[in-house]
Design a protein around this ligand. Structure first.
Ligand SMILES: Cc1cc2nc3c(=O)[nH]c(=O)nc-3n(C[C@H](O)[C@H](O)[C@H](O)COP(=O)(O)OP(=O)(O)OC[C@H]3O[C@@H](n4cnc5c(N)ncnc54)[C@H](O)[C@@H]3O)c2cc1C
Ligand code: FES
Ligand code: FES
Length: 480
């Protein structure tokens, strides 16, 4: 076991010992660490909650084929031990006196992509990640790569143009030349489990599931984290001292995707950005929902484990996974069980998961021919926003055009993600026509008593929920 952590920064292996470097804690974010250094203040803090992208950095590590993979993340949400064994690249690393500016920086200058410049380091890092990953990005890919970065004064057109202009060199740059040397450095860093203990905190980063399960028995109060996009806010916004953490992000068993003809089993620790790419053709409704989930920086960290672990009534994955009849797999030292997501949530952020159980995967059955699943997210803006209301619907039509199997699931309408059971009953067996869909809309009103909050009033939510059903009918009916 390792009690210190190491990563590569500025061409060197940096080692942090929390009992020596006492100004740092295991829950110090990478952003705060960088800003404590004399020469890494280019990484900015805007919101400290993943919304602005000013803190974007890139972490690089070899993928399963040994090829270096460059990933943009919000450093304000990442605890230091989460970058153990990785290459941390910041805006300062992009330009060097002898090499001049990096192509993404050159293009930003050329296209006048900055005014006050506060957002610029984060935007440069988002552009840099795209430069390394997409050699001739489409406009859609450029827009998506920038959704996690706010700019309040330049306007996005010059930034988009600069990105298109820069990303034409097949990802080649001085980082390409350095990859071999960095890979050698990364090999020198221990890949063993981390156990970090200070006088006030215990941070465990196991590398196997069995180790994690035992740790939870030994430390029943420890909090699980995977991507930490929810939990980090308890540190950055509520200034809580998290005393015991079991970080599941280094467990390779939780990061696998297994597919056969019947189903896909997605590990609870697979970053959602990998899931988006995988499910595009198999589960389009899930793909659509994940495409507007946070931003690339968030999706590179966030996981199903964390989304189902939080069980928020406005969490985006639960409704659509329920519509696909998915099951969550829970494991502890007492064994393994599969729970139908329909019965997983009991109440406001309450689930049937026992405290010692780890969410290890989500099992999604493939659709039979003819079954339709759609998902909708209503939020104040399309990208990087939390749902006001969401709906996920499933329909199997009978031979006569009747609704043989219908499932209507709503988020944001109650204290938990909830099915509209009475409306489903009303529709089952009836012809799937506009008249019946409209009659069902009024039943939705009786099923939910939504709240008014900062995002929307009760009435808005009611109307939105009703209209989503009509929208679903519009997109799923066979012409009458
Ligand atoms: C800027 C921003 C934008 C966001 N946008 C969206 C959005 O569009 N839609 C949306 O639904 N959410 C959104 N979120 C919320 C968050 O990103 C998601 O809930 C995410 O899926 C959490 O995953 P994680 O791995 O980061 O969770 P973590 O923060 O690591 O954990 C969250 C909870 O789950 C528990 N947990 C984590 N992993 C496991 C496990 N394997 N087994 C058991 N329990 C576990 C933790 O103990 C904790 O209670 C956003 C958050 C931010 C900061
Ligand atoms: S500081 Fe705003 S996303 Fe990190
Ligand atoms: S240049 Fe000022 S916020 Fe973007």
């Amino acid at each position: 076991m390792e009690s210190k952590l190491s990563f590569v920064l500025d061409g060197k292996i940096v080692e942090i010992d929390f009992n020596r470097d006492t100004h740092l804690r295991p829950t110090t974010t990478v952003l705060n660490y960088l800003r404590s250094l004399p020469d890494h203040k280019g990484t900015k803090e805007g919101c400290a909650e993943g919304d602005c992208g000013a803190c974007t950095v890139v972490v690089a590590e070899p993928d399963e084929n040994g090829k270096m993979k460059y990933t943009p993340i919000d450093s304000c949400l990442v605890f230091l031990p989460m970058i153990h064994g990785k290459w941390l690249i910041t805006v300062e690393d992009l330009s060097e006196t002898q090499c001049g500016l990096h192509p993404v920086q050159e293009s930003m200058v050329h296209k006048f992509g900055a005014q006050c410049g506060y957002c610029t380091p984060g935007i440069i890092m988002a552009m840099f990640a795209l430069y390394k990953n997409d050699f001739h990005p489409t406009r859609e890919a450029i827009d998506d790569s920038l959704t996690g970065n706010l700019c309040r004064c330049t306007g996005y057109r010059p930034i988009v143009e600069a990105t298109a202009e820069a990303c034409v060199h097949n990802g080649l740059d001085r980082f390409t030349d350095e990859e071999g040397a960095v890979l050698e450095q990364l090999k020198k860093i221990s890949s063993k489990s981390l156990v970090i203990q200070t006088s006030r905190q215990k941070y465990f980063r196991p590398t196997t599931l069995s180790e994690a399960m035992l740790l939870k028995v030994e430390h029943p109060k420890a909090i699980f984290i995977t991507g930490a996009t929810d939990i980090a806010l308890r540190v950055t916004k509520k200034h809580e001292l998290l005393e015991e953490i079991i970080d599941l992000s280094a467990i390779s068993d939780l990061r696998s995707i297994i597919e056969d003809d019947e189903k896909i089993i997605i590990g609870a620790g697979v970053p959602l950005n990998r899931v988006v790419a995988k499910v595009k053709n198999i589960f389009p409704a899930l793909h659509n929902m994940l495409s507007v989930f946070g931003s690339p920086q968030i999706r590179n960290l966030a996981t199903f484990g964390g989304n189902l672990g939080s069980a928020s009534p406005i969490g985006d994955t639960l409704p659509v996974l329920m519509a696909y009849n998915a099951k969550v797999i829970l494991e502890s030292i007492h064994g393994k069980r599969k729970v139908d997501l329909d019965v997983y949530v009991k109440g406001y952020r309450q689930t049937v998961r026992m405290p010692e159980e780890i969410i290890t995967a989500v099992k999604i059955p493939k659709l039979k021919n003819g079954t339709i699943v759609k998902s909708y997210k209503i939020s104040k803006r399309k990208d990087l926003d939390i749902s006001t209301v969401s709906g996920a619907f499933r329909l199997e039509l009978g031979a006569n055009g009747d609704a043989k199997d219908v499932k209507l699931i709503y988020g944001g309408m109650a204290e938990k993600t909830q099915r509209a059971g009475k409306t489903e009953k009303f529709l089952t067996g009836k012809i799937w026509n506009r008249e019946n869909a409209e009659a069902a809309m009024s039943l939705i009103d009786l099923e939910f008593r939504p709240i008014s909050d900062a995002r929307a009033g009760e009435e808005f939510r009611r109307v939105a929920a009703r209209n989503l059903l009509l929208k679903f009918w519009g997109e799923s009916h066979v012409n009458e």
